[in-house]
Design a protein around this ligand. Structure first.
Ligand code: NAD
Length: 484
């Protein structure tokens, strides 16, 4: 094993979870790189107690002082970029460039958190003669953040900087498949000066997540992962009267009109469906071709063939994921779809035990096929053909999901027509991965998100704080008005 076994991090101490352990595999070559100790409800409770103990001092520290730690943290993320990037590559299997982009994004997220003092300056209004009303924000308290495998560095950083700068203390539950990056993050935060107990990590699986949803000491839960688990977490934590924001899976539709720019569209669609081996909630899953788009499909296939596993394409996360993805492709083929580029049975020389699927382009997919409806989470694009843009919008609107959508056209009018009508939270115009940058917020619609508000950007302030409205009167002359 390359790394020592992974423990929990509670109140600044490493403590092994008491609920057994799991091997952690490198998706690149299938070797065991470490093992992770899993947590029970009691282990979660220890972390909650540590977070509760740290809360008064942390939440009472002026925000300008809390932010200083995150200025240092951002600098340390940059100083440790190489190591953090390689850790993501090793445990997740994405390419070096993709992993580095993820860590850079974490630095950008931290930069945004450092602007919180400016964003939090309060509103004050004279609401009646001599009577002032003002609003103050307070941390929610002890919060939890549960993350998926596909962005081991970035997704924890969607929540850590904002929630902590806003005065909360946290329990982070990383994906058990990629437990290493989170442990580096907390050590770097410690180096930046974060007091012990402000960020605690519990490793684990379903049992740890259920304990988080049930623990009365936790005030708010954020979750990022599949829709199936997002629903479980949302229901369970909300039934325990917690504030919950649960982001789920995706099935993103790119609507391509015949006038779209040929090269730009083909390369954007190919990059969107295959980046991070298709394992991102912003990946293109369905291309809805309107009218005659054969020229664009031909070019898309050319682009897809340039993306080669082990060179500019990483692995998928596990043998099970590879099998699932390949089964979807085979089923679509058996149901009458045409495989234009086939990524099944892909291997990389010298890494024959790695989990690789090459880009796959499937034409003539029908809306009722499973591959058109369900999240495949691999480098696969299904092409559905329609006669007009209203049919394309209808197909997008019929999806249970609603994370992202995009339109490719050179007509501003057509682009507006589509962006106004698609049912998704993040929309691209000639952009295949329309991730909003701070201060705009990340978040989808429909079954891609449960709860109110978004997880990053300005919108996250609502989730991580509660407001106090203070009405003040000092001047005796104002006794005569309605507030007296
Ligand atoms: P997952 O739902 O399997 O796991 C997410 C977390 O939930 C992990 O920490 C895991 O330990 C825990 N978990 C798993 N099964 C559980 C259960 N039965 N009960 C309680 N907890 C459980 O997701 P994943 O496979 O790690 O990540 C991929 C999924 O995440 C995809 O669906 C992807 O679209 C989604 N995702 C969404 C976004 C977004 O912003 N909407 C971002 C990244 C990933």
């Amino acid at each position: 094993m390359k790394y020592p076994p992974v423990s929990n991090y509670v109140g600044g101490e490493l403590i092994n979870g008491s609920n057994g352990s799991l091997d952690v595999l490198s998706p690149i070559d299938g070797s065991i790189i470490t093992k992770v100790f899993l947590s029970s409800a009691e282990d979660v409770d220890k972390a909650v107690r540590a977070a509760k103990e740290a809360l008064p001092a942390w939440s009472e520290m002026p925000i300008k002082e809390r932010v200083q730690i995150f200025f240092k943290y951002k600098q340390l993320l940059e100083n440790n970029m190489e190591e953090l990037t390689n850790l993501v590559v090793e445990e997740n299997g994405k390419t070096y460039g993709e992993a580095k982009a993820e860590v850079l994004k974490s630095a950008e997220l931290t930069e945004f958190a450092c602007s919180m003092p400016q964003l939090l300056s309060t509103e004050l209004l004279e609401v009646s003669k001599g009577v002032e009303c003002r609003e103050e924000r307070y941390p929610v308290g002890v919060v939890a953040s549960i993350s998926p495998f596909n962005f081991p560095n970035m997704v924890p950083n969607w929540t850590i900087p904002n929630a902590l700068v806003l005065g909360n203390t946290m329990i982070l539950k990383p994906s058990e498949v990629v437990p290493l990056s989170a442990m580096r993050i907390v050590k770097i935060l410690e180096e930046a000066g974060l007091p012990k107990g402000v960020l605690n990590i519990v490793q684990g699986t379903q049992e740890a997540v259920e304990a988080i949803c049930d623990n009365p000491g936790i005030d708010a839960v954020s979750f990022v992962g599949s829709t199936k688990v997002a629903k479980i977490v949302y229901r369970r934590a909300a039934s325990n009267l917690k504030r919950v924001l649960a982001l789920g899976g995706a099935k993103n539709h790119l609507i391509v009109l015949p006038d779209a720019h040929l090269k730009m569209t083909a390369s954007n669609v190919a990059a969107s469906m295959s980046g991070c081996a298709g394992q991102r909630c912003m990946a293109a899953a369905v291309m809805v071709g309107v009218g005659d788009v054969n020229h664009i499909i031909d070019e898309l296939c050319n682009e897809a063939r340039k993306i080669v596993p082990g060179e500019n394409l990483g692995s998928v996360i596990s043998a099970e994921a590879k099998e699932r993805i390949e089964n979807y492709i085979t089923e679509a083929e058996n149901d009458g779809a045409k495989i234009l580029v086939d990524g099944r049975n892909s291997t990389v020389a010298g890494k024959e035990n790695g989990f690789y699927v090459a880009p796959t382009v499937i034409d003539f997919v029908k809306p009722e096929m499973r591959i058109a409806k369900e999240e495949v989470f691999g480098p696969v694009i299904s092409i559905l053909r329609v006669d007009n843009v209203d049919e394309a919008i209808e197909i997008e609107n019929n999806s249970n999901y609603g994370n992202a959508a995009a339109v490719f056209t050179q007509s501003g009018g057509a682009a507006n027509y589509v962006t106004e009508r698609v049912s998704a939270g993040m929309i691209g115009v000639n952009i295949g991965v329309p991730v909003p940058r701070e201060p705009f917020a990340f978040g989808g619609w429909n079954e891609s998100r449960f709860g109110v508000g978004d997880i990053t950007g300005r919108s996250s302030i609502q989730f991580w704080t509660k407001t106090k409205k203070i009405t003040t009167k000092w001047n005796p002359e104002s006794q005569v008005n309605w507030m007296s």
